[in-house]
Design a protein around this ligand. Structure first.
Ligand SMILES: Cc1cc2nc3c(=O)[nH]c(=O)nc-3n(C[C@H](O)[C@H](O)[C@H](O)COP(=O)(O)OP(=O)(O)OC[C@H]3O[C@@H](n4cnc5c(N)ncnc54)[C@H](O)[C@@H]3O)c2cc1C
Ligand SMILES: *[C@@H]1O[C@H](CO)[C@@H](O)[C@H](O)[C@H]1NC(C)=O
Ligand SMILES: *[C@@H]1O[C@H](CO)[C@@H](O)[C@H](O)[C@H]1NC(C)=O
Ligand SMILES: *[C@@H]1O[C@H](CO)[C@@H](O)[C@H](O)[C@H]1NC(C)=O
Ligand SMILES: *[C@@H]1O[C@H](CO)[C@@H](O)[C@H](O)[C@H]1NC(C)=O
Ligand SMILES: *[C@@H]1O[C@H](CO)[C@@H](O)[C@H](O)[C@H]1NC(C)=O
Ligand SMILES: *[C@@H]1O[C@H](CO)[C@@H](O)[C@H](O)[C@H]1NC(C)=O
Ligand SMILES: *[C@@H]1O[C@H](CO)[C@@H](O)[C@H](O)[C@H]1NC(C)=O
Ligand SMILES: *[C@@H]1O[C@H](CO)[C@@H](O)[C@H](O)[C@H]1NC(C)=O
Length: 396
């Protein structure tokens, strides 16, 4: 056994000398970005303009896919006076067109199935396998894989998602301003919604779907001790009956006034008992989860369904992997944040790659000491060098 280890060590050492001289792994791309929403596209743009080679994978499942217009993104604000009509899809298509003029930028409509580290902490590298089994390598990974909204199975709800039943006041509220309004979700979340929408709506019913129980009230009290008084002060009616279905009576897609930026959706809420109630629009408080299993597959720190990142760099707790957009822990979920965080990761990782390149140039000139080489080689055994060792054994 001992001679074998000694042989292994000496081969490993000579291999490492080679590796150390080059040090930077030869990968297909500098960066692989997973996600073709605004966060991934922004990261791709940022690295491409400084001529980093990059490949972006896009499985084409976007969080705002169902919505009519994208709002509150300056210069691309929905259907204001019909001058610019950017739906999320038009926005992404324009972004792709602009980014693909950079010769080092590449985009693939494909799903990433797995990502494996094939490097070290000092010099990171990853192998990425897509749904067709093709293998790509890169030195850095950016995950802009987004969140998935978990919607109840209530008939009529999914069909109306982003089309009169919406998720954020900035996204769709303005087009329904002053209309009869509903809040869907648990009792404990009602006041939070009221504090966000009270400038857009005054006729508000909270449909709490049976959560006004002693438990539900205790949860509400835990977040706001005087929630009852506050809801009363805002004149919020609480409807506790169990929701059976939500029926669309009118479609704001075809009933709009583009001059005034108004959309006229109309719905009827049916309950398991009693008379239905009509409303024009709703805001919701439903759960959202990571869309992709890649963050957990990579053993990233995912806490409360968010990839925990360092906000100054978008680094995750796994070296070489960055988390951007809705999926990260920045506490912000909108298109401007997605673009900002993608850009931030692009800047940080570009300079990080350059730092590694720079260190490699310097170490080429000075070389590592024999002791450092031995330490590196020992550390590398069983990781980088195992495949080479097997090849050498086979050849012999
Ligand atoms: C109904 C609705 C309306 C909204 N309206 C607005 C609005 O008006 N204004 C606004 O600012 N925000 C709006 N938002 C929020 C906005 O959608 C998100 O903040 C934004 O999409 C986040 O961008 P992202 O790049 O992080 O994720 P996403 O846009 O969700 O993109 C995720 C990307 O990752 C890809 N992906 C995931 N896993 C893989 C994999 N394994 N392989 C390959 N690709 C993968 C997906 O296919 C997709 O391309 C809205 C949200 C909803 C739900
Ligand atoms: C990828 O999807 C985009 C948007 O749907 C489409 O425009 C493009 O043609 C697709 N590319 C390929 C190679 O299929
Ligand atoms: C992908 O390529 C890398 C580097 O050559 C290799 O280590 C890895 O095992 C390959 N993975 C697959 C699934 O082929
Ligand atoms: C309402 O509650 C019922 C019963 O708990 C549940 O099945 C349904 O999904 C809920 N609907 C909504 C819109 O929350
Ligand atoms: C709300 O509905 C739930 C479920 O049906 C019920 O247990 C609870 O007593 C109701 N609360 C009130 C205040 O009526
Ligand atoms: C839109 O609203 C404006 C201003 O109130 C009004 O003059 C116009 O007739 C409306 N257009 C339609 C199609 O309802
Ligand atoms: C709403 O309350 C139900 C019942 O207590 C719970 O299962 C669910 O997770 C809550 N939803 C949210 C979004 O908090
Ligand atoms: C994961 O992130 C949470 C939230 O920032 C933090 O409290 C926890 O210590 C982290 N865990 C690890 C293992 O890094
Ligand atoms: C990252 O955090 C996760 C979960 O909190 C933990 O399991 C993992 O070991 C951490 N990874 C590193 C490299 O610190």
């Amino acid at each position: 056994m001992a001679p074998r280890i000694a042989t292994f060590l000496s081969i490993a050492l000579s291999l490492w000398t080679l590796v150390a001289a080059e040090s930077i792994p030869k990968t297909d791309y500098d960066v692989i970005v997973v996600g073709g929403g605004p966060s991934g596209l922004s990261a791709l743009s940022g690295v491409s303009r400084v001529r980093r080679t990059a490949l972006l994978f896009d499985s084409q499942e976007y969080r705002n896919g169902p919505t009519r217009n994208m709002h509150d993104v300056i210069g691309n604000d929905g259907n204001i006076h019909t001058l610019i009509l950017h739906s999320p899809a038009e926005f992404r298509a324009l972004a792709r067109e602009q980014i693909l003029k950079y010769p080092t930028a590449h985009i693939k409509n494909a799903t990433v199935k797995s990502i494996t580290s094939i490097g070290t902490d000092a010099v990171t590298a990853f192998s990425v396998v897509d749904a067709s089994g093709r293998n790509y390598t890169a030195r850095k990974i950016v995950l802009g894989t987004g969140m998935r909204d978990v919607l109840p199975d209530t008939p009529g709800l999914k069909e109306a998602w982003g089309k009169g039943i919406f998720w954020c006041p900035w996204c769709d509220g303005y087009e329904h301003r002053d209309q009869p309004f509903g809040i869907l979700g648990n009792l404990s979340d009602v006041l939070g919604s009221v504090l966000e929408v009270n400038t857009q709506f005054s006729d508000i019913i909270a449909f709490v779907n049976g959560t006004q129980t002693p438990d539900g009230e205790a949860q509400a009290t835990a977040s706001h001790a005087d929630w009852k008084e506050q809801l009363k002060a805002w004149n919020i009616q609480i409807e506790n009956r169990t929701i059976a279905s939500i029926e669309r009576l009118q479609d704001g897609e075809t009933h709009q006034n583009k001059t005034t930026d108004m959309q006229f959706d109309k719905f009827r809420v049916h309950f398991t008992t009693g008379e239905p109630v009509e409303r024009s629009a709703f805001i919701t408080n439903f759960a959202a989860v990571q869309q992709s299993s890649l963050p957990s597959q990579l053993h990233l720190n995912v806490t409360k369904e968010k990839i925990v990142v360092d906000a100054s760099s978008m680094r995750t707790n796994v070296t070489g992997v960055y988390g951007v957009g809705d999926a990260n822990s920045d506490g912000s979920t909108n298109v401007p944040h997605a673009m900002f965080s993608g850009k931030k990761a692009a800047v940080y990782l570009h300079v990080q790659l350059s730092r590694e390149d720079s260190a490699s140039k310097v170490s080429k000139r000075t070389g590592l000491s024999q002791r450092e080489l031995e330490k590196e080689a020992t550390r590398a055994i069983g990781r980088n060098l195992e495949p080479q060792w097997e090849k050498i054994q086979k050849r012999n």
